[in-house]
Ligand binder design. Structure first.
Ligand SMILES: C[S@@+](CC[C@H](N)C(=O)[O-])C[C@H]1O[C@@H](n2cnc3c(N)ncnc32)[C@H](O)[C@@H]1O
Length: 264
């Protein structure tokens, strides 16, 4: 099980949609429009956020395969999307790269996935994509940046610790965390792909207080696991950050990047 619950994915979905780089989405749409039989494989689909963000901007006849290893998330994706002839659902473990139904899809998409993945996984996946001359649109990879308008002296330290924790194993071996986009770009360069990287930060204000609250609460366990700081210091910092969400001028930027790699 991935440990990603539907409440968290629902909270982040509007922020993700607003953050995606629109220029890359247009290039993806043009790429698919040029194909006689546009097909997309969305890996780590969760409840179908990528499909909901993109499908209406892609050609009407695009066939979507949504893939995840978590049966509960796939069931929720099916429930939310409803019976749609252009969408099929697949329960696969991404670690079994050879078994991924790549041959049938000229484009693979993913959102908020690659920061969980290891370099070894990316090397193997990009190799398979390159063999099939398949493109990749990997949106919303966390890039290590948190910037709060209301600051606390421990912000930089806590973010540095959290980013260190982002490199721990999330099911694919040691995770790339904030290095995911640069790793993907480097790998695709070696296969002579055209690669784009664009910023896609979340801009959060008090209108997104529920998302910010869950995001901060989600930092506690990683910080406890990795920090050489007393629990009381971590909790005092979190209490400050949680209270600051409700200040009228409060905002928080969380850095992400979108990567698009297409065969030339
Ligand atoms: C952060 S969530 C993103 C979900 C969705 N793409 C979104 O943007 O809302 C990461 C997703 O990757 C899936 N995942 C993690 N490890 C996986 C694996 N080994 N095989 C398949 N899916 C996996 C999780 O179940 C989860 O749905």
């Amino acid at each position: 099980m991935s440990g990603f619950d539907t409440t968290w994915l629902a909270l982040r979905e509007p922020a993700d949609r607003a953050a995606r780089d629109p220029g890359l989405v247009q290039i993806v749409a043009r790429h698919l429009s040029a194909l006689p039989d546009p097909r997309v494989l969305d890996i780590g689909c969760g409840t179908g956020s990528t499909w909901r963000s993109l499908a209406r901007q892609m050609p009407d006849n695009t066939a979507w395969q949504l893939l995840d290893h978590d049966p509960l998330l796939l069931a929720e994706a099916k429930r939310q999307i409803g019976p749609t002839p252009t969408v099929t659902f697949h329960q696969n473990d991404l670690n079994e790269i050879a078994a991924l139904p790549l041959a049938a899809a000229p484009l693979v998409t993913a959102s908020a996935l690659f920061d969980l993945c290891s370099q070894a996984f990316c090397e193997a996946l990009v190799h398979r994509l390159a063999q099939a001359r398949c493109g990749l649109y990997a949106a919303l990879n966390y890039d290590g940046l948190f910037r709060w308008s209301i600051q606390h002296p421990l912000d930089a330290r806590m973010v540095e610790l959290f980013n260190r924790h982002q490199h721990t194993d999330k099911g694919f071996g040691p995770a790339l965390g904030p290095d995911a986009s640069s790793c993907l770009a480097r790998l695709f360069d070696t296969y002579r792909y055209r690669v784009w990287i664009e910023q896609s930060p979340w801009h959060l204000d008090h209108a997104t207080s529920a998302l910010q609250t869950e995001l901060l609460k989600g930092l506690r366990q990683p910080l406890l696991e990795i920090a050489d700081l007393p629990e009381t210091t971590i909790d005092a910092w979190l209490a400050f950050r949680l209270a600051a969400i409700h200040e009228p001028e409060s905002s928080c930027l969380v850095g992400h990047t979108d990567v698009l790699a297409l065969p030339v």
